[in-house]
Ligand binder design. Structure first.
Ligand code: ZN
Length: 176
């Protein structure tokens, strides 16, 4: 939906509920909208983090990508953050226009498989069509899916150092 279309919808006084996805909507075998919009901060601060209906294709692609990651790793994943509305994204210090706000990205761990370094190496070595795989602060993996995936792997260890190309371990050695 373009910004113009959205303002038309709002002017036509369509109830807000009809422009938002129902949390019960199933996106893939394992994931519903509720799973991808869940956020402790949103709940605590009463931020309405329901995604707009125009994001359904992106969220379906993300859910399907997460299913493929679970199949690859052979263990359940723990999502810490997937979709974020602009307000929530700003609240958690996300980059403006982050793929989280488009329903394209998720942050996760997979303790059954290994630590975040091992998970990001497994994604790097797989044939999965992710857009970006970012090892973040050695603690979780940010993965995104979009229509034209770049298969880009990055590491961020500190805000001051910024993003490094490839997967780097805690000692700074590039591993992939
Ligand atoms: Zn992320």
């Amino acid at each position: 939906m373009t910004p113009n279309e959205r303002s038309t919808v709002l002017r036509a006084s369509v109830p807000l509920e009809q422009t938002l996805l129902a949390p019960t909507l199933r996106l893939s075998t394992r994931f519903s909208v509720a799973d991808l919009m869940r956020s402790d901060i949103a709940r605590r601060e009463q931020i309405d983090n329901r995604p707009g209906i125009h994001l359904q294709p992106n969220l379906c692609r993300l859910a399907t990508g997460l299913e493929a990651i679970i199949e690859l790793l052979g263990y359940p994943i723990e999502l810490s953050s997937a979709y974020r509305c602009d307000l929530l994204n700003a609240r958690v210090g996300g980059v403006a226009g982050s793929q989280h706000t488009l329903g394209e990205a998720a942050d996760f761990t997979c303790p059954g498989f290994g630590d975040a370094l091992e998970v990001s190496l497994a994604l790097h070595q797989s044939t999965l069509d992710f857009d970006q795989c970012i090892l973040e602060f050695g603690r979780w993996v940010h993965v995104s899916f979009r229509e034209n995936p770049r298969r880009n792997t990055l590491t961020i260890r500190s805000a001051s150092e910024g993003y490094l190309a490839g997967i780097h371990d805690d000692s700074g050695t590039r591993r992939a």
